[in-house]
Design a protein around this ligand. Sequence first.
Ligand SMILES: NC(=O)c1ccc[n+]([C@@H]2O[C@H](COP(=O)([O-])OP(=O)(O)OC[C@H]3O[C@@H](n4cnc5c(N)ncnc54)[C@H](OP(=O)(O)O)[C@@H]3O)[C@@H](O)[C@H]2O)c1
Length: 352
Amino acid sequence: MRTIALLGATGSIGRQALEIIGAHPELELVAAASGSQPVEGLAPLTQVGGDLTELLDRAQPDIVLNAVVGFAGLPATLWALEAGVTLALANKESLVAAGELALAAQRRGGGLLLPVDSEHSAAFQCLEGREPEQVDSLVLTGSGGPFRGRTREELDDVTPDEALAHPTWNMGPKITVDSATLANKGLELIEAHFLFGLPYERIEVVLQPTSIVHSLVRFRDGAALAHLGYPDMRVPISYALTYPERAATPLPPLDLSSLALEFQAPDVDTFPMLALAREAGEKGGTYPAAYNAANEVAVAAFLADRLAFLEIAEVVADVLARVDGAPARDVEELVEVDARARALADERLPVA
Ligand SMILES: NC(=O)c1ccc[n+]([C@@H]2O[C@H](COP(=O)([O-])OP(=O)(O)OC[C@H]3O[C@@H](n4cnc5c(N)ncnc54)[C@H](OP(=O)(O)O)[C@@H]3O)[C@@H](O)[C@H]2O)c1
């Protein structure tokens, strides 16, 4: 029996996690939380908004599935890592922002950190059991989002509705816009750096429009291992919750004869958010936290029709140029950096 606390239970990942948990009698949901929607009755312990570590203190779960969206997921990530319980992490923003602080918490706690992001779950599986010196590089794949192939001129007046029409994944609004700007791949690049301890120059991003190849790892002998599957988050959610058993899911076997597996380089000039993430990651310190904070503000403004699509990257670039990026010594400093980057991004928004 494994007890699970599901944070972000009302979201896209949260609802799919409920389906997986419901199908496995050995998985017991002991706590569920959301930001504002009701979660009463979903689990014996529930909480709407507020400090989710209070719920975790009460629940003492074996696994925390953090499927909150954005920096708001940070306290729960740190709680699980410090406590040494298994962290099934969908909330990539917390690892991107907290980086070294999160890894230090994991070293102290000694628990498992299992990625739920499909690319990182894939890479984790390709890397498992290998010595670091065998690994040459990691290739993160991405669909390219709904605007793949467009020019900057063609992106000038795209609407939130167009950005929310993702070709292969059905996800919450923030990550869907991130996929359209390639900020999602940028966040994933930084997430992969922290999860797998690889320097940025050994992490490549490649587009694979049908989202069948979820990532691959190149090894020093010239071999590359790839992870394939239909784009369905129930697979990485199930993998993390039932690790290392790899329980059955309702997905059909992969039909290879119907697949097109084309790869292409991302267009970093048209979609600057990927290059900005690489730059922020390479600079280190709190630059990734500032990147994430500015992006959250800019995406919210875009979704509220206050900012044009192409201006999302302009806001983030501007904020990155104005922060000092010094490493945060503790969570309080990190929270200050996040707030400062949000304030700088807010200043840059057109007056409402
Ligand atoms: N969706 C995917 O396929 C996918 C794939 C890979 C990674 N991820 C990552 O998983 C995370 C969740 O994504 P999603 O697509 O599931 O997002 P979503 O559909 O927007 O759901 C977000 C969840 O977070 C909750 N939440 C928001 N603010 C909160 C707060 N301050 N305190 C507590 N809960 C809060 C929401 O509660 P309310 O409903 O009450 O607002 C909701 O349950 C993101 O970090 C995303 O990048 C998602």
